[in-house]
Structure formats: C-alpha cells, structure tokens
Write a protein that binds this ligand. Structure first.
Ligand code: ASP
Ligand code: MG
Length: 414
C-alpha cells in the first residue's frame, strides 16, 4: 500500500462546496488503495482576514499573539474537512501541527521545522484513517505555537512526505501547475510539464507564488518528487524533480525556462557609510539578528572615506528596518537612509544560462527596448534579476517572455 501526501491550498477549500469537492478527491485516492495524509491551508482569505482584524486593534501586533491567532485558520479547515469525509462514510481524523508532530525552531511568524515525529500520523493511517493535518504550524520546545511564514503549508506537506517516506507529494492549487510566467499577466505563458528543483527554487524565491521556497529546498534535500496540480480538474500538473529535460532541443530552444516578477520589494539605501572593515558586517548582522531576509545588496564605490549601501527586502519589513537603521545611522555614524517601495523585481530563470552566454545582454536590451530603467541587478548561475519601477513590471514580464522565445510552447519529447 502506498502512502500519498496531498496538500490543498486555501482557495481549494474556500467554501463548503469546494471543501466537498476536495473531500471527493481525497476519497478517490483512498479508494484507489492508498493511505492518504492530507495537509490543508486556511480557507480562502482567512489568514489575510485575521491579519486585518489584528491590525484594527493594534498597529504593531506582537508576533506571539499573531501566531496564536493565525494558527486558528488551519484548525477550522482541518476539522471541517474531516467532518466532510466522515459524512461521506470515510474514516478520517484531523490533527493540529502539534498533534501531527511538527517541532519548530521557536521563531514566531517564520519558523523552520527542525524535526518531525510522525508516530501519531502513522498510527492513525494504520488504523485506516485518512489523516487531515493543519499546515503552516508547529510547536517549539516550550509548546509555543509557531507559524511557518506565508505559504508555509507547502513546507508542512513536504516535511510530512519526508517523514512518512511517501511515494508522492501532490500539491493541489487553483492553477494547473507551474507556468513559464504568471498567466494572469503573461497570457501566452504555458504550463511546464517538469521543472528542476533549482529552477523551481529560483522561480519561487523570485515571486512565483505557487510554492513556498522552503518547501522546494526541503524537497530537493530529501529527493521528494512534487506534483503541482489543479484541485479543479484531473489534468497532469508540473512535476518538480532533480533534473528535467523534456523538450526536444532543449539547449537550442530554451535557454530561459521562466520569467518571474515580484511586487513585494522594498529598497533601503544608507548614505555615507564609513568605508572601513566590519561596517557591512555590523549592518547586515543587525538585520539578520531581527530575522530580516535580505535579497539584493549593492555597495557603491567609495568617495573619499564614505560609500552608499543599498539592499532589498520584502515590504513587510519596513517598520523593523526603520527602527534598526535609525539606530545604525546614529551609531556608525552614516549620513542618512532612504526607503523606497515603488519598485518591483523581474527575473529570468533557466538552467540553460550556465552554458549560453548573452542572456544578460538580451535581458538588458529588452528592458531598454520598452524604455525601462534598471535600478539594481543581481544574478545567480541560473537567474538574472532586475529591480525596475513597479509601473513597468507587467510590460517587462511580457517583453522578456517574448524575447526568450517562450511565447509558444515547445514540442514535448515523450
Ligand atoms: N494560511 C497560510 C497563508 O495564507 C499558510 C498557507 O496558505 O500555506 O499563508
Ligand atoms: Mg500557497
């Protein structure tokens, strides 16, 4: 008997009707002779609604209480889904993150899973139950509830698949799979049949919201094959696995496999930073101590004995950054700092870049062709990202998708 882990996102369980459809999908998998463990997110916009509710009562919600609050969203969906399955005549049980054995690191709002004790889940599966687990949550050593960051149920599902040595981890969502660009923006984007972990990770980090980046890291680390597919139909989605090479003439045709964009970008510049050893370490050490993820960093050449440093983060870090930088500017001292949030990031991603020169040039020329100024640039082996004005981002994504020959889907080599 195989073990299958299925994860359903918030929109897939957003109403009683949808909940029933998801239950039927789970039941089909159980009827086919599988043991099924299911991870669910909070229904629809529940998490956003809870955040909005807290913001009506306080401008700076304490992280601990936020995790206490947000973890309730998933508890609503697990109990309702278990009831629905029972109503249909299936043995099912819901488990919170703690009951399912998720041990987290203790960082509120963006905890990592440090260990997974799957005894209870296995026991329930062996008793013949379909097990419905709350995603996005775990508890630390003291029993404190931690959430895993937005989209964290994906990571919950992969961790469960690892712990149960599941045969497959299916991520059900409201789109058909992973696309070459956001199909709401780039109409000609198409669903990729397969993608490698590394490319998926870059896509996810760069703003393709299908999977939480951490879930891809974990899947890669343990070699868990992910199947990202729609909960609304039965068509094959996208398989995320070690290497993907499914197109004829892959090298010739597709140097770039996807274009991602991200509006959640905040740029901070510190002016007149002393040009001496240890200063960058001090600045970024302080940001790291507050668990702020920094994406791009640019340091200008020094003028006299001072220089400017710019970095980007998510927009939600603004309050923390203002507080930290006010102190840093005084202490170093630096001249001043400035925060800009009217920017966005557009990225081209593809393993083919490693062996094909000229991707950077094409990217920059394409952006120039639409009159788009590039503010910052960052690269990895398989990615080029540019910070641009947020008003240009749609046009930039469309132009890059066309420039890299992605507007028509290639032949699939079966
Ligand atoms: N409910 C959480 C969120 O909205 C976790 C998830 O959906 O994966 O981010
Ligand atoms: Mg999600």
């Amino acid at each position: 008997m195989s073990i299958v882990v299925q994860k359903f996102g918030g929109s897939s369980v957003g109403s009683p009707e949808r909940m029933r459809r998801v239950a039927r999908r789970i039941a089909e998998t159980a009827d086919a002779g599988n043991k099924v463990a299911v991870v669910v997110s909070a229904m629809g916009d529940t998490t956003d609604d809870l955040i909005a509710l807290a913001q009506q009562l306080t401008t700076r919600p304490p992280a601990r209480e936020m995790d206490m609050l947000l973890s309730t969203g998933e508890q609503i969906s697990i109990s309702l889904l278990a009831m629905t399955l029972q109503e249909m005549g299936y043995a099912a049980i819901s488990l919170t993150g703690r009951q399912a054995g998720y041990h987290t690191c203790g960082t509120y709002a963006k905890a990592k899973i440090v260990a997974m004790d799957s005894v209870r889940v296995l026991d329930e599966l062996n008793k013949g139950n379909i097990v419905i687990v709350a995603g996005f949550q775990g508890t630390d050593k003291r029993g404190e509830i931690n959430t895993l960051g937005r989209g964290g149920s994906d990571t919950s599902a992969v961790a469960l698949a690892v712990a149960l040595e599941a045969d497959v981890c299916e991520i059900f969502t409201d789109v058909d799979g992973v696309f070459t660009a956001d199909p709401r923006v780039v109409r000609k984007a198409w669903k990729m049949p397969e993608i490698s972990y590394d490319e998926m990770l870059e896509m996810a980090v760069m703003g393709a919201l299908v999977l939480q980046p951490r879930s891809v890291e974990l899947a890669k680390q343990y070699g868990v094959k992910l199947h990202v597919r729609s909960s609304f139909n039965h068509s094959e989605g996208t398989i995320v696995k070690e290497v993907a090479c499914m197109y004829k003439d892959l090298e010739k045709e597709l140097v770039v496999s996807g274009v991602a964009h991200d509006m959640n970008v905040l740029k901070t510049t510190i002016f007149g930073v002393p040009d001496s050893p240890g200063v960058a370490g001090e600045i970024f050490g302080r940001l790291a101590a507050e668990k702020i993820n920094v994406d791009m960093i640019i340091q200008s050449g020094s003028r006299d004995t001072r220089q400017d440093i710019s970095f980007t983060t998510g927009r939600d870090e603004r309050h923390k950054i203002e507080r930290i930088l006010t102190e840093i500017v005084r202490q170093l001292p630096a001249e001043s700092y400035m925060i800009i949030d009217t920017i966005a990031k557009v990225s081209v991603i593809g393993a083919g870049m490693i062996t094909n020169p000229g991707v950077a040039a094409t990217t920059f020329r394409t952006l120039a062709g639409i009159g788009c100024n590039i503010d910052m640039i960052a690269t990895s082996e398989i990615r080029i990202s540019c910070i641009i004005d947020e008003t240009k981002v749609t046009e930039a994504a469309l132009a890059l998708h066309t420039a890299f020959g992605l507007d028509a889907a290639p032949a699939i080599d079966n």
